[in-house]
Write a protein that binds this ligand. Structure first.
Ligand SMILES: NC(=O)c1ccc[n+]([C@@H]2O[C@H](COP(=O)([O-])OP(=O)(O)OC[C@H]3O[C@@H](n4cnc5c(N)ncnc54)[C@H](O)[C@@H]3O)[C@@H](O)[C@H]2O)c1
Ligand SMILES: [Zn+2]
Ligand SMILES: [Zn+2]
Length: 368
């Protein structure tokens, strides 16, 4: 079939929205009609050429929500009409990691996905016979996508698509960092560094876990106000002195749980230093630049602080994204403030500009 898609032709150039060809789903694959897709830093990171493992041409986008249009052979868990959220982090349910509650890092399709292929080593998107690679196994800056069944979470049809798509990446990452990775205990004190999509999700996750005090740190007063709306009890301007302030606010000890959601290794260090002596757990969600390292004084660890990393919030996507969506539908999370711009597919490059200008939290592409 023919469809419109935003193609990354060359790094550093605007995406080119155009007609491309999409092949039928093969065994274990599903054709999804997209209704909404968030524009994320990871898309821009690849588009800019900064990601050394990036490739082109490719159709970017990975924060999609839509409806199953057709299924290929051997697909048992999804049927036409199902509402789905795309998962760059799949859940096959069978590999050694899927079977272990300690991790969500499914091993089933990683290698081919990293190369821009579907699990069988090929791609469904093409243009005049030339292969166009799949991005993060999703390629959702397009009217349709063909994805592996194991990379689609079936969610309630009651969730509006523009909100459902937020669960495909940053929101679930933040929520899961607090709920799964840190497993925040009720009554505890938390400190969240960064109030973008991930940090705001972590603030909401800490609140849902029953944290008593949630300190949010950011450079932007507007973003800190959004954090208050998600449950932050204390707002703090980031930068020099932030750690000292948190220590002062916690009787000199530091927070029971800290979260880093900036991608800046200096802030990761602050998040470790702001964790409480004895049992403070620092959860790192930000993605650092290639080659950057985290500098930590080992004494901080000897004296009881711990550091954990979190990919997609430790969320096992097919099982847990539907549950998170249900919690949102039950009124536990307010997502309206996160969707700050609604744009058409043709305006995808404007979505990048808004993100670079830190204008709002998410631009969501809506498909007619
Ligand atoms: N682990 C994962 O699976 C996963 C998934 C999605 C995104 N991420 C990563 O998480 C990070 C955050 O993503 P996002 O979409 O929320 O980004 P964002 O850019 O929207 O938010 C980052 C925030 O950090 C703030 N900040 C910058 N310097 C600061 C400082 N010194 N102190 C306090 N705050 C500071 C910024 O003002 C901004 O509000 C990125 O590195 C992203 O790549 C990770
Ligand atoms: Zn993303
Ligand atoms: Zn698996």
């Amino acid at each position: 079939m023919r469809m419109r898609a935003a193609v990354l032709e060359e790094f550093g150039e605007p995406l080119a929205v155009q007609e491309v060809e999409l092949a039928e789903p093969r065994a274990g694959e599903v054709l999804v009609r997209l209704h909404a897709c968030g524009v994320c830093h990871t898309d821009l990171y690849t588009a800019s050429g900064a990601d050394p493992s990036g490739y082109a041409p490719t159709v970017l986008g990975h924060e999609g929500a839509g409806v199953v249009e057709a299924v290929g052979p051997d697909v048992a868990s999804l049927a036409p009409g199902d509402h789905v959220v795309t998962l760059f982090s799949p859940q096959c349910g069978e590999c050694v990691h899927c079977l272990d509650p300690r991790t969500n890092l499914c091993l089933a399709i990683r290698e081919e996905q990293n190369k821009g292929h579907l699990p069988d080593g090929t791609t469904r998107i093409s243009r005049d016979g030339e292969e166009i690679r799949s991005f993060m196994g999703c390629s959702t800056f397009a009217e349709y996508t063909v994805m592996p069944e194991i990379a689609l979470a079936k969610v309630s049809p009651e969730a509006p698509f523009e909100h459902a798509c937020l669960f495909a990446c940053g929101l679930s990452t933040g929520l899961g960092a607090a709920i799964n990775t840190a497993a925040v205990q009720p009554g505890s004190t938390c400190a969240v560094f960064g109030a973008g999509m991930v940090g705001l999700g972590a603030v909401a996750g800490c609140r849902l876990q029953g944290a008593e005090r949630i300190i949010c740190v950011d450079l932007s007063p507007q973003r800190l106000e959004l954090a208050r709306g998600q449950g932050a009890t204390d707002l703090l301007e980031g930068g020099e002195g932030a750690v000292e302030r948190i220590l002062e606010m916690t009787g000199g000890f530091g927070a029971d749980y800290t979260f880093e959601a900036t991608g800046n290794v200096a802030v990761m260090r602050e998040a470790v230093e702001a964790a409480r002596m004895g049992w403070g757990l620092c959860t790192v969600a930000g993605v650092a630049g290639r080659g950057e390292t985290l500098d930590v004084v080992p004494r901080l660890l000897i004296t009881g602080r711990r550091i954990a990393g979190s990919s997609f919030g430790g969320v096992k996507g097919r099982d847990q994204v539907p549950v998170l969506v249900d919690r949102y539908l039950a009124g536990e999370i307010d997502l309206d403030p996160f969707v700050t711009h609604r744009i058409g597919l043709d305006e995808v490059n404007r979505g990048f500009e808004l993100m670079e200008a830190q204008d709002g939290i998410r631009s969501v592409i809506e498909f007619a």
